[in-house]
Structures are given as structure tokens and as C-alpha cells.
Write a protein of this length. Sequence first.
Length: 355
Amino acid sequence: MAEIVIRNLRKEFGSFTAVKGSSFTIGDGEFFMLLGPSGCGKTTTLRMIAGLELPTSGEILIDGEDVSQRPASQRDIAMVFQMFALYPHMNVRKNISYPLVSQGVPKAQVAAKVAEVARILGIENILDKPVGGLSGGDRQRVALGRAIVRNPKAFMMDEPLGALDAEFREHMAEELRALHDRMGATTVYVTHDQLEAMQMGDKIVVMNHGVVEQFGTPQEIYDHPATMFVADFIGSPAMNFLRFEGGFRPGETAVTLGGVRIATPELHEEAAGRQLVLGVRPEHVALSDAGAYRGRVEAAEYLGTTQIVTLSTAHGSVKARIPSGHVARVGETVGLDFDARTLSVFDAGTGRAFR
Ligand code: ATP
């Protein structure tokens, strides 16, 4: 098991900088997500932690030891890839044993270890089967078995479920998380899927264009997004943004939007004189006849217990997630009420949240 500390980590490929000075800490035993859109530098970060890529500058400490310039073979980290590369001519037992056999571990010890891993993964019954005929899930389990059997300090997983269809993917995600909870090994997991990151992760780093936008628990990131990028990337439908123009004085707890007073959390003094953007999640918008801030219902999408209502307002389109029992007729004009305690307030220029 291991704590991994990342300090000012940077990676340049020629004139292109893929990772621009990341810092975060992966706690011992955490299931840690590297999340962001395609090309943001997640895989490069993971590969630097594993030692498959050397950083241009910055440090990687594993249990306090600087391993930044050490080769992968000296880091004791296991990689689990999306395309699980099993040896097709070997059976399951041989595939799982392979890392130990190639290290010269005595036979009896290998047998005991493989039995233990097979029990953890629930694959005792397929140990003697050739891997060629296995289902996708079993192949995934065997690949995991091969990673687990060495007892590495940490696991690196790069979109391990990316090739699976949606339903099976959800099932394997639960299985992976349960496996992690049984073993308690530090795991770093790359995904571009915000839902997967929220569901599985203890902590999440959100990256964009090689920069760490935010680092925290799923709840911190969802409830208090540090930037408009994070607010937009996490949550579906995304957070609504309302641009607010006009003066605002420190200590105030309201802004005026289209002549209507909207209560906000107490605003930071740095927000004075800045152009602000209010952020409100769809589930924190309520519809009422009386509300002073008005919008026209453009569409209602039924989702079972809730519905997503799209409204056009003087400040753009706003989505509200409301109980499906509430009748919202297309073409009707209704009042929108925002829950002040849950509003985020961003600097329109920098995109950063005021706290
Ligand atoms: P994806 O999910 O698409 O893999 P990612 O967030 O994992 O995205 P990276 O694979 O880390 O992104 O790549 C980040 C950027 O660095 C990309 O623009 C990529 O083209 C570039 N890059 C990665 N590896 C190299 C390399 N060996 N040489 C040059 N550029 C690279």
C-alpha cells in the first residue's frame, strides 16, 4: 500500500506541454480518479506515476521516496490496461501465475497465491480453462488477477472498462470498487466519464488542457466547483450559468438579475466590481406561479420520478429538474426560484469561483 504525492509535475513533448505543473496527493488505500476530456493529460499523468514516461520536471513521491526518475520496474506499480493483454495460448491459471513464475517465485508459493487471487475474484471454477473462450467479464477478471497477484504497492488503471457496453460496464464498475474495498490497495483510475468518477472515486482530480482544475471528494467537486469548467463538466444536465452585469458591494447577499433580486450566499469582497456569473444546478431551480424571475417553458423531458424542464429567460436557457408530478406546459410563462444556499458565483473573466 502506498501514499503518492505529486508535486508540480510537468511533461513536455517537444514544444507541446501535456501536463502543466500538477500537484495533488493520493492517499494510502484511496480509489483515486483522474478525470477530464480527451487530450487533457490524464494518461500522461498516469504513465508518469507508473514510470512509463519520465517527467520534464516536478516530483512523484511514493511513501515519501522520490521515484520521479526511476524506471517502471523499480516502482512496484501494476498497470491494468483497457485492452487486457492476456496470453491466448495459456489457461487462466498460467496467465495469473506468469508474473510470479517469471520472477522465480517457488511453485508452492505461486499455487497458494493464485488460489487466493482466484478466490478474491470469484474465478476458481475457470482456472483450467483456456482464456480464448472466456467472456469479456472473465477476461477482465483474469487481467486483474494478473495485476493483483504480485501484491504491488498501487494499481494504475487507464479506462479499464472503456471497451465494455453500458450495462456490463456498470456491473464491472461495481465489482472493481468492491474488489478495491476488500483489498484496500491504492488505485489510480483514468476516465473521461464524470458519472463513473463520481460513483467510484474517493477523490477526483479534474484536468483540462494539462491543468488541474480541482482536486477533492466527489461531493466537494459537485457542490462547490472551483471553476466554470468543472461546474459544466460534472453533473447532467450541466449547471446553469446566468451572467450578471452591474455593480455589487462586499457583504451583499443578493444580486439583481433583469430587475429581480436574487438571494446569494454572502459574496467574497474580491467579487466587488467584477463581472459575475451565477451557477445553479438544475435540481436547485424550483418553478412556481409567483416567482418574480420569469421564464418560458420550451420543453419538458420525462425521466420517471423527475423531469427536465428547459426554460428561456432574459439571461439564456435554464434547465430545471423538478418532480414529474409538477405540470409544466410548453409555451407557459412561470416563475423560477433559485435556492440561495446552493448558488455558485464565478468571475466571468477567469471562470474561477468566489468562495
Ligand atoms: P485521452 O483520453 O484521449 O487519452 P488524455 O487526457 O489521457 O486523453 P493524454 O493521452 O495524456 O490525454 O495526452 C495529452 C496530450 O499530449 C494530447 O494532446 C496528446 O496528443 C499529447 N501526447 C501524449 N503523448 C504524446 C507523445 N508521446 N508525443 C507527443 N504528444 C503526446
